[in-house]
Design a protein around this ligand. Structure first.
Ligand SMILES: [Zn+2]
Length: 212
């Protein structure tokens, strides 16, 4: 039985034994692209916010079903914990549906694959990186989300500048060129305006992205 098969069997078993499942969950989180190095029993709680962003004082469970939380070093990882909980509930729910075990495992593998973030694109010879636009997540189980892929078209806002976390926009600068411009630090990277997708950009900047 491989990792995903063990996860599905565990999540769907009402008399489940947690022993040894830390390693299975850690493997799945890493395969899904999360930066984590430890999984342990425990529940994380999030804070409800007022409209102005202040805390209401009420909290909710980040992992309401899965008994494990994910950590990186000593830091709890809320995003990874929430995602693992959603995957757990998906596996549990699917086993209540009338579909085959093979189909459940296929769906779980799909979610793991879908969760992998876009590989950063190196923009300059000193190593500036473009990160994907953070995917929309909502509190109620919206952790299973699409990430940017190289086949995706670059829109007006293309993502984040890794070092300053500023938004990077695509703007026309000359008849032949557009530029990626960071709103925060004003990094400016011109490129031929006919480039459409993230993959086109990565290919154009391949001298900086050769290892990719
Ligand atoms: Zn910047």
């Amino acid at each position: 039985m491989d990792t995903v098969e063990r996860f599905v069997r565990w999540a769907s078993d009402s008399k489940r034994q947690n022993k040894g499942m830390e390693a299975v969950c850690l493997r799945i989180l890493k395969d899904a692209g999360f930066e984590v190095n430890k999984v342990s029993l425990g529940q994380l709680r999030g804070h409800y916010l007022e409209q102005d962003g202040s805390r209401t004082g009420e909290t909710f469970a980040i992992n309401s079903s899965c008994p494990f939380k994910a950590m990186n070093g000593r830091e709890d990882n809320y995003t990874a914990t929430g995602w693992l909980d959603s995957l757990f509930r998906l596996a549990w729910g699917l086993t209540r549906d009338e579909i085959t075990n093979k189909e459940i495992i296929r769906k779980i593998r799909f979610e793991i694959e879908r969760s992998i973030p876009m590989k950063p694109i190196v923009l300059t010879d000193i190593g500036d990186q473009l990160l994907e636009y953070p995917p929309d997540r909502n509190i109620m189980g919206g952790n299973l989300v699409d990430h940017t892929r190289d086949s995706k078209k670059m829109e007006l806002c293309v993502g984040l500048h890794a070092v300053c976390q500023g938004w990077i926009d695509r703007e026309p600068v000359t008849q032949t060129h557009d530029a990626l411009i960071c709103r925060s630090c004003h990094l400016r990277v011109p490129f031929p305006k006919e480039l459409k997708t993230y993959g086109n950009l990565r290919q154009h900047l391949r001298k900086f992205n050769a290892a990719a």
